[in-house]
Ligand binder design. Structure first.
Ligand code: GLU
Length: 284
């Protein structure tokens, strides 16, 4: 075999206990790494200091070990790598691809006409006039950094060459060579007012630094891939291969989600379920 070793990852956020959907995703990635004699790395997406909790993080290790997973050390915790994200933001800002956004959540919601809950927020803004911006920065008003989609499009000479390989399947059966459509994300947040980095930027920086060349995750993140592909191009990072997998649904036909109080892995364990039984229920 030639080429770099297969590296994939599981990247949970410690904002709740893991449930069957996480088990399915983690096992899918882990088995793929095993099958390819590759590596499986773990990353904790813990930038949201308000919602993340140490006991959720501790539970992630226990749950994954119970499932029979092993992973390369060290585990990457995003909260420990803010300097990496700042460097990436600087790189984008130096090329004139970012702008400060002072708008409140409510103003954003009004500007985008109240997008349905759960959909990617698609906002297009513009930098403020330099003197107004300077005045508001000076006054200590909080702001987020956003990527300017229009500036990015100019910098790349269009998005026609932005593609990625889908080895799994998007939510509408997309597979093979896919043309990325970063407009799906609009002017995405690169940092938040309260947190020094936002999801998409942290993910692309980390995947590159962790050498992840196969991203295996749920179809709910298929649209995010279009945005992340753009950030990879702008930052000169390699493009991984993607395998989006189907989302598990519960008996009510709805996908498992923390907010619906899906039964957690620790509850299943406490009720006497074995990892073997769960694995076979999930089709492994
Ligand atoms: N942390 C994200 C989540 O819990 C996953 C991010 C990713 O796989 O890119 O849904």
């Amino acid at each position: 075999m030639s080429g770099p070793p297969f590296v994939t990852r599981f990247a949970p956020s410690p904002t709740g206990y893991l449930h069957r959907g996480h088990a399915f995703s983690a096992l899918t990635a882990f088995k793929a790494a095993q099958g390819a004699r590759g590596r499986f790395v773990l990353r904790l997406e813990d930038i949201d200091v308000i919602r993340c909790r140490p006991d959720y993080e501790a539970a992630i290790y226990v749950d994954l070990a119970w499932l029979g997973l092993t992973w390369d050390e060290p585990v990457r915790r995003q909260s420990e790598h803010m300097a990496d994200y700042r460097a990436a933001l600087r790189k984008l800002s130096e090329r004139g691809l970012t702008y400060r956004c002072f708008r409140t959540r409510r103003e954003i919601a009004e500007a985008i006409g109240g997008a349905p809950h759960g959909a990617m927020e698609v906002f297009h803004g513009a930098p403020l006039a330099p003197d107004e911006e300077a005045r508001r920065v000076e006054a200590g008003e909080p702001y987020a950094w956003r990527l300017s989609l229009a500036a990015a499009e100019r910098a790349l000479g269009g998005f026609a060459t932005l593609t990625f390989v889908e080895e799994g399947e998007g939510p509408h059966g997309e597979r093979g060579l896919i043309k990325a459509n970063p407009a799906l994300g609009g002017d995405v947040l690169l940092t938040r007012k309260d947190v020094g980095v936002a999801y998409h930027l942290a993910v692309v920086v980390d995947d590159a630094l962790q050498g992840v060349n196969h991203i295996i995750r749920g179809q709910d993140l298929f649209e995010a891939t279009h945005v992340q592909r753009l950030l990879q191009a702008l930052l000169g990072l390699p493009t991984p291969v993607y395998r989006h997998h189907r989302l598990l649904t519960g008996p009510d036909g709805k996908r498992y989600a923390k907010r619906d109080h899906a039964q957690t892995l620790r509850e299943l364990r406490a009720s006497g379920m074995t990892p073997q039984a769960l694995g076979s229920e999930l089709g492994f």
